[in-house]
Design a protein around this ligand. Structure first.
Ligand code: NAD
Length: 299
């Protein structure tokens, strides 16, 4: 059996980032504008700290301004809402991202709703989710946006294809399904209560898995030639690397599925890098819309 093409998320992300940097340079040269992204972190979740650091580096590497606001876990909801109001009104800030999860005493929904929709570069505000659902031009969450770019590159024409998205979260599963529907796929959403996940998978020409369970999708569940996008990020013990060591895996049994799929994303090096690249792309898009400037579609 022919091996699947391995979708190089790092390379694709690099291309997106270069396009963003070109767009930023154009804005600076012709309009005197440098896009700015504000990221807000409350608490000391180690994974969040790494994400924020990587996002900050990627933002400045693309030529944008990065504003970091870090607080200890005791920050009150009122003070966080006050900061968001300030950022909403700050002309140097074109995008606002509040790193989730927030501490338990802060209501995520209230905080996301406080972000100005045109600066909501995570695409989580109900205005943006509503625009996505109704076919409008809002800001689309970075992870599904990146997944769609990969699917488009490797699945050819999407119209009429069977797509299965496993996972129905607001940040990945639901917007992913909406994006595939917009591309005229026949979309099914699988989740924890789906009766026969294997049967659903075997029908899918496009399979996007966003669950958080290692090896959920095994070789016998995949239709030959399918494009498989593995969003999952799971840390598992890796005794082969030494005592107490861990490694990052996705939700798909990569070694088995790569002999059956037509194309597959690895973990790491697949969806992850595209998420950050698409956040930068969203910040550029947001800046252009706020300023009424149109750039070429590929930036
Ligand atoms: P979530 O926990 O909010 O949602 C998980 C979904 O999986 C739920 O809708 C649930 O119904 C479904 N599910 C749970 N068990 C299932 C099962 N046995 N069979 C079928 N469906 C099942 O998770 P999320 O925030 O959407 O994240 C999903 C995964 O994607 C996680 O591993 C997360 O770390 C990863 N993630 C990666 C990126 C990235 O940039 N690579 C970004 C976001 C999330």
């Amino acid at each position: 059996m022919a091996e699947a093409k391995i979708i190089d998320g790092k390379l694709m992300a690099q291309e997106v980032r270069e396009n963003v940097a070109t767009g930023v340079a154009f804005l600076q040269q012709h309009h005197g504008i440098t896009p700015g992204l504000a990221v807000v972190l409350v608490g000391d979740n180690p994974a969040s700290q790494i994400y924020i650091r990587n996002k900050g580096r990627a933002t400045t590497a693309a030529g944008m301004k990065s504003f970091e606001h870090r607080f200890d876990a005791g920050l009150s909801e009122k003070d966080l809402l006050k900061l968001i109001e300030t950022l909403n009104g700050d002309d140097n800030v074109n995008g606002i991202l509040v790193q989730l999860p927030l501490p338990d005493h802060i209501d995520d929904t209230k905080v996301i709703s406080a972000i100005a929709p045109e600066k909501d570069v995570d695409g989580f505000h109900v205005i943006n989710t509503g625009l996505l659902a109704t076919g409008g031009d809002g800001l689309v969450p970075g992870t599904p946006l990146g997944c769609l770019m990969m699917v488009k590159k490797y699945a050819g024409s999407l119209s009429g294809k069977n797509a299965l998205v496993i996972g129905r979260s607001n940040i990945v599963g639901k917007p992913m399904a909406q994006l595939l529907l917009k591309e005229s796929c026949t979309v099914t959403i699988g989740h924890s209560k789906t009766r026969d996940l294997k049967a659903e998978c075997l029908r899918a020409d496009i399979l996007v898995v966003a669950v958080g369970v290692p090896n959920l999708v095994t070789g016998d569940m995949v239709k030959p030639g399918a494009v498989v996008i593995d969003v999952g990020q799971n840390i598992i013990p890796a005794p082969e690397k030494g005592e107490g060591k861990t490694r990052l895996v996705g939700d798909v049994d990569f070694d088995a599925v790569k002999n059956i799929a037509g194309a597959i994303t690895p973990v790491p090096g697949g969806v992850g890098p595209m998420t950050i690249a698409c956040l930068l792309k969203n910040t550029l898009t947001a800046t252009c819309r706020q300023q009424g400037i149109s750039l070429k579609e590929d930036t």
